[in-house]
Design a protein around this ligand. Structure first.
Ligand code: MG
Length: 403
């Protein structure tokens, strides 16, 4: 016999039970899953999944999600198997997001889904790719990765007979948009979609906040592993020094049988860094919720400042660490070489397709007919993985010798 409830109209008892369970658990300022009924195209509820769980399933099954595996975070994919890609970055963000959401009794499914989707709009070759598309599209409505992520989930994914896109709930779409009310976002038709006056709900604030906690931590890890940095270079960076002191205490406490390999010490340091930021985030956020007298979701939407936040002291130390990363890692010549290659390659592809749209695959030739040449080519390029872009470049520009 099937372990699943038998289908009937609307939500089955299982879905109802999940919603009821959630209502007993969620804080009064959380977004209840029951509110997730609004989608661009009307659909019957899923019998087994609550609305945000259904969105999570759709995001994880999307092509754009799988492509994150071959998109650069900071270190290009070909550099080695250990480094983060956008996919592993995304999984780390989702994990932190769930931890924080649960601790604050927020909607975990909603927070996780926003985190899983938060980087879907990033083009290949990391920030260099984004810079390049932004420059190339300057005269044609612009490019911005949050708006691009919305285009992906609303238009570019094709998995359902009845509609284009993934047809996600309004809340997940708003979380993906991140309230970046940019000219590009307005040009692409997202100007009036969401209530621009309201502050983001806490689940979206959490997903946004833990993104930077995740990348501070893993970019440092990857840079040390890649030898772009040595631990001594970080002397004077306050957070790092505190983390080292805490790690050495732990190593001392572990006694003579402690694993003293350098890479183990590095993990002890980095773990402290992550945990300390999380601890600070939870403490500060709880204090802010109490100080602001927040008792409902409406209070959150009306509160003008972010409620999910690090303390001023932690923010200051975190910024110092990020300035260090900016100077010493993101502008390191080895990183710059890889990104400048990506930049050149995207420019040449963009121009080649503009000069002769017949070079586009059939699906995108049709798409260009619907949305215009530059926007259609931009959608095509933004969706590429690093290696797919390199393959396209080879096909278009490399002259093969005959037999
Ligand atoms: Mg991110």
């Amino acid at each position: 016999m099937s372990p699943y409830p038998q289908p009937s109209a609307g939500l089955l008892p299982w879905g109802e039970a999940l919603l009821a369970h959630e209502e007993g658990w969620l804080a009064p300022w959380a977004v209840p899953s029951r509110a997730g009924g609004e989608r661009l195209h009307e659909e019957a509820e899923d019998p087994l999944l609550t609305p945000f769980q259904r969105d999570r399933q759709r995001v994880v099954h999307s092509r754009a999600f799988r492509r994150l595996q071959y998109k650069t975070q900071v270190f290009v994919n070909q550099e080695g198997d250990y480094y983060r890609t956008r996919l592993t970055h995304t999984l780390e963000v989702a994990q932190l997001a769930r931890t924080v959401a649960r601790a604050l009794r927020l909607n975990e499914d909603l927070t996780e889904t926003i985190a899983l989707a938060h980087d879907l709009g990033h083009p290949p070759y990391g920030h260099a790719g984004e810079r390049t598309l932004t420059a190339l599209m300057a005269e044609h409505g612009g490019f911005e990765h949050n708006a691009q992520a919305l285009r992906i989930v609303d238009l570019l994914e094709r998995r359902h007979a009845a509609f284009r896109g993934l047809n996600l709930t309004r809340q997940v779409r708003e979380g993906i948009w991140k309230r970046r009310d940019t000219p590009t976002s307005r040009h692409l038709g997202y100007g009036e979609t969401f209530d621009r006056q309201a502050s983001p709900f806490l689940e979206a604030q959490v997903a946004d906040m833990v993104d930077s906690i995740a990348y501070d931590h893993h970019d440092l890890d990857d840079a040390l592993k890649a030898g772009l940095l040595h631990p001594e270079d970080l002397r004077g960076v306050a957070l790092w020094e505190e983390a080292c002191a805490a790690a050495d205490e732990r190593l001392a406490a572990a006694g003579p049988r402690a694993d003293r390999a350098e890479r183990v010490r590095r993990q002890e340091i980095l773990r402290w860094l992550r945990h300390e930021q999380l601890r600070d985030l939870l403490e500060t956020t709880r204090a802010r919720l109490a100080a602001a007298g927040v008792t409902s979701l409406q209070d959150v939407r009306r509160h003008p400042q972010p409620l999910v936040s690090l303390s001023a002291g932690m923010l200051q130390r975190k910024r110092a660490l990020e300035r260090f990363l900016e100077e010493r890692v993101y502008r390191h010549w080895r990183v710059m070489r890889a990104v400048s290659k990506g930049e050149r390659l995207l420019r040449r592809l963009f121009q080649a397709f503009l000069d002769d749209p017949r070079l586009l695959p059939e699906e995108y030739r049709e798409w260009v007919g619907e949305v215009g040449l530059e926007r259609g080519v931009c959608d095509y390029l933004a969706g590429m993985t690093d290696r797919y872009a390199a393959r396209e470049h080879r096909q278009l520009f490399q002259v093969e010798e005959g037999p």
